[in-house]
Design a protein around this ligand. Structure first.
Ligand code: ZN
Length: 238
């Protein structure tokens, strides 16, 4: 039975290693997700700026069309003026022209405002494009580095999986099942070291008779408190 305990110990060692490697892989994957997230955010930010610029262009175009229409109105009113007979009519058209000129001035100011806003926004877009290009380049590099690490870890996981298969073939299926269940119930640790009358898995005192029977090492003995399979480790004699 000593052999079974040795094999279980090897199994536990492999499984603990694989747990650590899987955690490392998950962390690497999270890093990759973070990189992708940052990139998506930067792309979204650029798209927002670009759509704001398109909106400003549209508004500027509308103001310019309004400006052209007012100029046309003024020209028409000035032509009409030549055919006016009465002073009253003349004054009315004059007021219309004055109002239209005021409108033209206002529209010109508004167009200028839009041009200033567009200039600022376009500088922002240019900067954002540069940042994004750098980010894309860095992300690609980081992403492939992380992927390489993930693949490297996976090779070790696969190698351990083969070693594990070889060990479990030598153990009774019922014992492997018991071990697997224990591992899932006991946060990955199916075995516990017994030393100085204690179970180091749960730090509880072991009944002396049970502890003594461990020295015979001829059976699989579990801790009565945490149910882990006990492995006896002697205190090194000084
Ligand atoms: Zn225990």
């Amino acid at each position: 039975m000593k052999n079974r305990l040795d094999l279980l110990e090897q199994l536990q060692e492999i499984d603990s290693q694989v747990d650590v490697m899987k955690t490392a892989q998950n962390n690497l994957q999270e890093d990759m997700n973070g990189i992708a997230g940052t990139l998506a955010e930067a792309r979204y930010g650029l798209a927002v700026l670009q759509s704001r610029a398109a909106q400003l262009e549209k508004e500027k175009g509308e103001l310019e069309a309004g400006h052209a229409a007012e100029l046309e109105n003024i020209k028409r009113s000035e032509t009409n003026m030549k055919e006016i007979k009465t002073n009253k009519e003349y004054q009315a058209v004059g007021r219309e022209i004055a109002a239209a000129r005021k409108q033209v001035t206002e529209l010109e100011e508004q167009v200028l405002q839009k041009i200033t806003q567009l200039d600022d926004l376009n500088s922002e877009i240019t900067a954002s494009l540069t940042t994004l290009a750098e980010l894309e380049q860095n992300s690609e590099q980081h992403r492939s580095e992380k992927q390489l690490e993930i693949d490297k870890v996976q090779q070790n996981v696969d190698a351990d999986s083969l070693r594990r298969d070889a060990i479990t073939k030598e153990l009774p299926a019922s014992l492997v099942k018991r071990y697997d269940n224990l591992r899932s119930q006991r946060r990955g640790q199916a075995l516990a070291i017994a030393r100085d009358g204690f179970c180091q898995g749960c730090n509880m005192n072991l009944p002396p008779q049970l502890y003594n029977s461990l020295f015979k090492a001829d059976d699989i003995i579990t801790c009565p408190h945490c149910q882990r399979v006990l492995i006896l480790k002697y205190q090194q004699a000084q």
